[in-house]
Design a protein around this ligand. Sequence first.
Ligand SMILES: C[S@@+](CC[C@H](N)C(=O)[O-])C[C@H]1O[C@@H](n2cnc3c(N)ncnc32)[C@H](O)[C@@H]1O
Length: 156
Amino acid sequence: MKFMLLVVGKTVEKHYIAAIEDYLQRIRHYISFDIEVIPELKNTKSLSTGQIKEKEGELIVKALQPGDVPVLLDEHGKEFRSIEFAAWIERKMHTAKRLVFIIGGAYGFSQAVYQAAQEKISLSKMTFSHQMIRLIFTEQLYRAMSILNNSPYHHE
Ligand SMILES: C[S@@+](CC[C@H](N)C(=O)[O-])C[C@H]1O[C@@H](n2cnc3c(N)ncnc32)[C@H](O)[C@@H]1O
């Protein structure tokens, strides 16, 4: 089974890139995991935020393959404790061919994306930037893998 994180626009801040890369390498000790970047839209000055969301949404839906299990990262989604998230992942590992976590652009998801996804997961009730949430998610995915593999990273 493969894991993917689909994001809109490159990660720009150097400190996020370094930290995400660190967790990416650690996660890959356990699972096949890739980050796919949908290029940022160009010439958006004349577009409304709604139009930007629609266009980004079309690209997100296009990036999905038949058989994928898309999961939106969304502040209005289901909340887990880290050990619950690990257990949720373990269940998915038995059923999904490719589990695709999706982070929206600066303005969130279009209706088409909400319709394409089966589940929504929140990493907090608070809203994070579409750049910062990448790091928070990769840390949580690594934490989940550590929990499932009895590695001494998570303590409670
Ligand atoms: C700046 S937020 C967009 C906020 C927008 N108001 C909305 O309604 O979605 C950009 C993206 O980061 C992700 N995100 C931000 N905070 C999150 C959270 N607490 N839990 C999960 N994902 C989050 C979501 O994928 C969101 O689409």
